[in-house]
Design a protein around this ligand. Sequence first.
Ligand SMILES: Cc1cc2nc3c(=O)[nH]c(=O)nc-3n(C[C@H](O)[C@H](O)[C@H](O)COP(=O)(O)O)c2cc1C
Length: 313
Amino acid sequence: MKKKIMGITAGRKNSNSEILLKEALLACQEAGAEVTMINLRDYNILDCTGCTVCTHGMSQGKNVGCTLDEKDDKKAIMEVMLDQDGVIFSTPTYDLMGCAMMAKFLQRGLSYETSFLEAINAIEHRDRVGGLIAVGGSTRSWMSMALESIQAGMFTTDINVVDMYLATRVPAPSQCLLHDDMIERARALGENVLKAACTEPQDRKWLGDPDMGWCPNCHSNALILGEAQWDGLHYPIECQVCGAGGTLEKTEENTWKFVIQEDGLDRDRTTVEGRAKHLVEIAHTQGGFYTKENLDAVNARIGKYKDLSFPSI
Ligand SMILES: Cc1cc2nc3c(=O)[nH]c(=O)nc-3n(C[C@H](O)[C@H](O)[C@H](O)COP(=O)(O)O)c2cc1C
């Protein structure tokens, strides 16, 4: 059966993100895949309101969906996206990160969180693969969270990212067309996504640059100093994307590398099991909030802030 590969972008029309995505999809189509592509700019996507009706429903064993389902196009897109074997995302970099349109789309994924929905037997597990492209006018220095910010939106729907490409120094519309190497790299990313989609889930592996990023688990280039987590777990250094924990070690070449410790993938956010641990945290922290004592205390204190307003515009 033909593999289904979808492209989702949020870049300018006929410009860098769209062009590189189209080249990646073309490689998939030429190799026999069934291809779909959308630009989020053509759709109405509302911001998550933070109502948490979806997760409250899940905590009671029900898949209630999103309160915005009938109000915008997210659900219609998700119905197609979740039926794919692979998805390629491409985004322009705005203020070091993936653009707000892409972030808005991805952050509406909470009501689709597979680790939560699988835990209540609302959905069957399905493995998907993905590739990410981030385009920017500068070098990595000014694109420092571009790929990582969209990587963070892949977990909710079990998209296993097998390749990522940071396309640098193309600020002007369609400027990537002057760089054959960029077009070739985008094509290779498409080929890698299709190759992974054609591989059994247990045999899938990272197909991008083997040396990409600090994190040997998710290949992000973003580490943070670890702090004690809600239950006391404390890794010296964490990958800020997948949550792998470990430390920095000096190599023989006198450079640094991030080494994941023995229990460092305990909360690996790229896996359903790792994310399910976050469900335990939410049940403890948010669930633990809803006691009569806490609600009475909040109600007693909230008046000061409800009655307080400052000049607005
Ligand atoms: C509001 C705004 C913010 C931007 N911020 C960055 C940035 O932080 N880093 C960067 O490298 N490029 C930045 N850029 C440049 C775009 O990423 C660049 O023009 C890119 O080619 C746009 O992709 P597109 O042609 O697919 O729309 C910014 C552009 C805009 C409009």
